[in-house]
Design a binder for this molecule. Structure first.
Ligand code: AMP
Length: 212
């Protein structure tokens, strides 16, 4: 009888622990072309987290000519941000549809202070929060070279035109980079050198994540 009760108690205890440990949400931050998507896919595999890339979600909607995709298209073509209310709504739906995830790697979200506030409020309703924002630092010239190179095979119009790429970089500096400070005030922001081989950067990221 005592063993039975102990067993039940340990199950409850372990479940509680697993649940809190598992829901580790990480924001992978950095300018376009800093390698967020590539790294997120590897992190997803290693830690069993789920990558949510708002850019990929918009491209999926565009590919299917949905009303959401059509709305996003005009902004994406110019390298501008899709309005917050559209982006946040889409993000929340995706999180809620993936409720079994151990945690999320947010890739390309949040991109404005408004989005960051909306994300924090949304996670709070689930008694959860962002564990860390990890920024990959890459200089402008490297970004332009990387994106133009990617544009040769990605088929993305926003990767093929230098003036659109420069617009994306400017928007990142003006609207997105304050998000770093937003989480820094909560002692959650970290910066990594985003130049180097994919494996070296992956190892740097893993060290940060395992230290959380
Ligand atoms: P990405 O694939 O992350 O480079 O995003 C491509 C484009 O999708 C961006 O230039 C924006 O037009 C749009 N987009 C992606 N994520 C967001 C976001 N969080 N907020 C607003 N627009 C976004």
């Amino acid at each position: 009888m005592i063993a039975f009760i102990k067993n039940i108690l340990s199950k409850i205890f372990t479940f509680g622990n697993q649940h809190t440990q598992m829901r580790k949400h990480i924001i992978l931050f950095g300018p376009p072309g800093s390698g967020k998507g590539t790294q997120a896919k590897q992190l997803e595999e290693k830690y069993g987290l789920v990558q949510i890339s708002t850019g990929d979600l918009f491209r999926y909607e565009m590919g299917n000519d949905t009303p959401l995709g059509l709305k996003a298209k005009e902004y994406m073509a110019k390298g501008e941000l899709v309005p917050d209310e559209v982006t946040v709504g889409m993000l929340k739906n995706k999180v809620n549809q993936t409720s079994e995830a151990k945690g999320f790697i947010f890739d390309g979200f949040p991109r404005t202070i408004n989005q960051a506030e909306a994300l924090d409020e949304f996670l709070q309703t689930k008694d959860e929060s962002v564990a860390a924002l990890i920024a990959l630092e890459v200089d402008d010239d490297e970004i332009v070279n990387r994106l133009l190179e990617r544009g040769k095979t990605s088929g993305r119009a926003d990767d093929s035109d230098e003036s659109i790429i420069r617009n994306r970089i400017n928007i990142y500096k003006q609207e997105t980079s304050p998000v770093y400070k937003f989480y820094d005030k909560k002692s959650k922001s970290k910066t990594l050198n985003g130049i180097g081989s994919i494996d070296i950067i992956f190892n740097r990221l893993c060290d940060e994540i395992e230290a959380l």
